[in-house]
Design a binder for this molecule. Structure first.
Ligand code: CA
Length: 330
């Protein structure tokens, strides 16, 4: 029996039909977990949480884990920008979390229990949504393993602090995690908040909770890395380490047409990739997720490809942080 409850095999697996050993593909480099390998010996576990029933608007975000698995075959393992080859990084695809077809709360409980088990086994877990509601059970699971509140760096166009009167949805995960005690508002930093995408009431709620808000003009004026340094400092006030959630709707709509809620004036993919490369190098990172991409609404796979680039940039940072990654330029 699997040590991870509710685990199912990926709905499909993808491999390069004619592999070239001189040009390995990222999709082949991520190996499926065999169910037996000691996960404490790997560097990164990737698991799908294909839930989109909790989305406020119609969403096919449940398709993202599978789309990522397929699209990683379009990428090599070599990061030319940073002269890092990902080959030595031990990344395993754990599979997907089986969800309840009708009940969001039951699905969240599956996600929470599966991630609680995986968080306790693997040194670092990357969760692929799904809509943004999955971040709440992910944060609750991670804080429970830490035994204390954790900090949060959130890339997002939105605050995600809506009221929970109608149950959890993709507009509530941050408020839900604060109310559950997994995170404290003063340890949350939001990067990329868009104009005309939020309300006064929820912006005030976020400010009063102590959440650090870094809007898109602040990112453009200061640059992504100084903003990220401030966000990390805030998240590090928490005793249990830093979790990162990446809502891909933080990107400009020209680069993320597959996110139903992306808008104009958003983040550029190269800024997100640079930030994730830095975050990958942080030793106190305790988890990361990518959410809110609907492959069905994507254009020319642009948003899925942007998500792959963000994931691989994070992995490059992770490898750089290990001895196997060397000590070259950042
Ligand atoms: Ca969000």
């Amino acid at each position: 029996m699997s040590p991870i409850p509710h685990l199912v095999a990926p709905s499909a697996t993808f491999r390069t039909p004619i592999p070239d050993p001189n040009n390995p593909r990222a999709g082949d480099w991520v190996r499926a977990w065999d169910g037996h390998e000691d996960l404490s010996q790997i560097d990164l576990a990737i698991i799908g949480a294909p839930l989109s029933r909790a989305s406020l608007s119609h969403s096919g975000a449940y398709l993202l884990p599978s789309a990522i698995r397929q699209t990683l075959l379009d990428f090599s393992t070599y990061d030319s920008e940073r002269d890092v080859d990902l080959a030595p990084l031990r990344v395993r695809d754990i599979g997907d979390i089986a969800l309840d077809l009708l009940d969001v709360r039951a699905s969240h409980e599956h996600i929470r229990t599966a991630l609680h088990a995986l968080d306790a086994l693997a040194p670092l877990v990357m969760t692929l949504g799904g809509d943004h509601s999955i971040t709440k059970p992910a944060l609750v699971a991670r804080a429970a393993v830490a035994g204390m509140p954790i900090g949060l760096v959130q890339f997002d166009a939105h605050h995600d602090v809506r009221v929970l009167d109608g149950g959890p949805n993709n507009g509530t995960p941050i408020r839900g995690a604060i109310e559950a005690g997994a995170i404290r508002g003063e340890d949350v930093a939001q990067i990329g908040i868009h104009a005309f995408a939020n309300s006064v009431v929820y912006a005030d709620w976020a400010r009063e909770a102590g959440i650090g808000i870094h809007t898109m003009p602040a990112v453009r004026r200061r640059g992504i890395l100084p903003v990220l340094a401030d966000a990390l400092a805030q998240a590090r006030q928490a005793p249990g380490g830093v979790y990162v959630t990446v809502d891909m709707d933080v990107l400009d709509r020209s680069q993320a047409p597959g996110c139903p809620a992306s808008g104009p004036g958003g983040l550029m993919i190269w800024d997100l990739a640079d930030a994730l490369y830095v975050l990958g190098q942080q030793p106190d990172l305790v988890g990361i997720d990518f959410v809110e991409v609907d492959p069905q609404r994507d254009v020319a796979n642009m948003t899925v490809k942007a998500t792959c680039l963000a994931i691989l940039s994070f992995c490059a940072g992770r490898l750089r942080a290990t001895e196997r990654g060397g000590s070259g330029a950042n």
